[in-house]
Design a protein around this ligand. Structure first.
Ligand SMILES: Cc1cc2nc3c(=O)[nH]c(=O)nc-3n(C[C@H](O)[C@H](O)[C@H](O)COP(=O)(O)O)c2cc1C
Length: 338
C-alpha cells in the first residue's frame, strides 16, 4: 500500500473536475495510460467481447514473429500462490496473417495498436520492423527482447546490453522514423539500467519494463516439472515489487525516457504505484487472463483514485515518487487526513 494514497477519503465532491487521462507516449497521444500488455489480449478479439478495445489506451499485441508458430508443448500454464507461470512460447500466425487479418480488424474497432515483435536473429527483427512500416495504423513497435537468440545458443537478447542494443539498432533502422520503438526488457538481469541505457543509445524511443521472470514449479504428485517446457515465465502480483524497482531505477538513470510499466497490476492503485515509480503508461497482463475486462476496470479505478487525491492530469503523477514528498500538484491529495 502506498501510504497516503489509499483509504477512505471522500471524492472531491460535486465540484470535482474530471481527470484529464490523456498521455503522450513517445510522441503518440493516447486517451489514457492503461494498456493491454503483450500476449494477454492476443490481437484484440480475445477481449473484445468484454472490453471495448477503443476505450483502452492501446493494445500491445502478442509478439508477432516472421512465420506462423505453434508455441511450446502442453502443459503450458501453472498457477502459483501469487502469480502465473507460463511457457506458452511465441505462438502466433506470423506477420503475413497479422497484417492481412488482425491489424485491419483492430483498426476498424478504433484501437491504437502497439505491435510487439519477436525474433531469433537480428535480421528477423529488422525484417518485421520493415514490414510494419509499410502498414498504416501502427502506433508503436515494442521489441520483445526476451526471445531466445539462435546465434547465441538460445540465450535471451535481453540478458546482454550489446545483444539487446544490436536488435534495437536494427529495428530502429528498419522502422519508419515516425513509429516510436520501445525495447521491452527482462528483470532477469543484474543491472537493468545497463541494458536500458544500451537500448536508448542504440536508438530506442522508450522502454517497456518488465517482461515476466524465469521461474519453475514442480508437481509434487508426479514429482516432475509442472510445465512441459520445465521453466516458465512468472507474472502477476508476485512480480509487482520487482517491476516497481526496475521502473524506479531506470527512471532515476534516464528521467526523460518514456516507460511502459508492466508487472503485477491488478487494480487502479497498482497502476498508480507503477506511474509514481516512473511509468508513463501501465500494461495489464495476467489480470486479463483472470478477468478479460480488467483493463476497463483498472482504468476506471485509476481515474477514480486520481480524482480522489486531487490530480487534474494523469500525466502529472509519472515519476512523482522521486521528488520530495508531499509537494507540487499532488500536495492537496497527499496531505489529506488518513
Ligand atoms: C500468457 C502470457 C503470454 C505472454 N506473451 C507475451 C508476448 O508474446 N510478448 C511479450 O513481450 N510479453 C508477453 N507476456 C508478458 C506480459 O506482457 C507482461 O510483461 C508480464 O506478464 C508481466 O505483467 P503481468 O504481471 O501484468 O502479467 C506474456 C505474459 C503471459 C502471462
Amino acid at each position: 500500500m502506498i501510504v497516503g494514497l489509499s483509504g477512505g477519503s471522500p471524492p472531491r465532491g460535486d465540484t470535482a473536475m474530471p481527470v484529464d487521462m490523456r498521455v503522450r507516449l513517445g510522441g503518440v497521444e493516447l486517451p489514457n495510460p492503461v494498456l493491454a500488455a503483450a500476449g494477454c489480449a492476443g490481437a484484440g478479439r480475445e477481449i473484445a467481447q468484454f472490453t471495448d478495445v477503443a476505450r483502452i489506451g492501446a493494445l500491445i499485441t502478442k509478439s508477432i514473429m516472421a512465420e506462423p508458430r505453434t508455441g511450446n508443448p502442453a502443459p503450458r500454464l501453472a498457477e502459483t500462490p501469487s502469480g502465473l507461470l507460463n511457457s506458452v512460447g511465441l505462438q502466433g500466425p506470423g506477420i503475413d496473417a497479422f497484417l492481412q487479418r488482425d491489424l485491419p480488424w483492430l483498426l476498424s474497432r478504433g484501437a491504437r495498436v502497439v505491435v510487439s515483435i519477436g525474433g531469433q536473429t537480428v535480421r528477423e527483427y529488422a525484417g518485421l520492423a520493415a514490414r510494419l512500416s509499410d502498414a498504416a495504423g501502427v502506433s508503436a513497435i515494442e521489441v520483445n527482447l526476451s526471445c531466445p537468440s539462435a546465434p547465441d545458443a538460445g540465450r535471451m537478447f535481453a540478458l546482454d546490453p550489446q545483444a539487446a542494443a544490436g536488435v534495437v539498432a536494427a529495428v530502429r533502422d528498419g522502422a519508419r522514423r515516425d513509429i516510436p520503438v520501445f525495447a521491452k526488457l527482462s528483470a532477469d538481469v543484474t543491472d537493468i539500467v545497463a541494458v536500458a541505457g544500451a537500448c536508448i543509445t542504440a536508438g530506442a524511443d522508450g522502454l517497456s519494463l518488465v517482461n515476466a521472470l524465469l521461474g519453475m514449479a514442480i508437481d509434487t504428485v508426479t514429482m516432475r516439472p509442472a510445465l512441459a517446457g520445465t521453466y516458465g515465465a512468472l507474472s502477476g502480483p508476485a512480480i509487482r515489487p520487482i517491476a516497481v524497482r526496475c521502473i524506479w531505477q531506470v527512471r532515476q538513470a534516464l528521467p526523460d525516457v518514456p516507460i511502459i510499466g508492466t508487472g503485477g497490476v491488478r487494480t487502479g492503485l497498482d497502476a498508480l504505484e507503477l506511474m509514481l515509480a516512473g511509468a508513463t503508461v501501465v500494461g495489464i497482463g495476467t489480470a486479463i487472463v483472470h478477468d478479460p475486462s480488467a483493463c476497463a476496470r483498472v482504468l476506471r479505478e485509476l481515474e477514480e483514485e486520481l480524482a480522489t487525491i486531487g490530480v487534474d492530469r494523469a500525466a502529472d503523477v509519472t515519476g512523482q515518487a522521486h521528488g520530495s514528498a508531499r509537494r507540487g500538484r499532488l500536495a492537496r491529495g497527499l496531505s489529506r487526513p488518513a
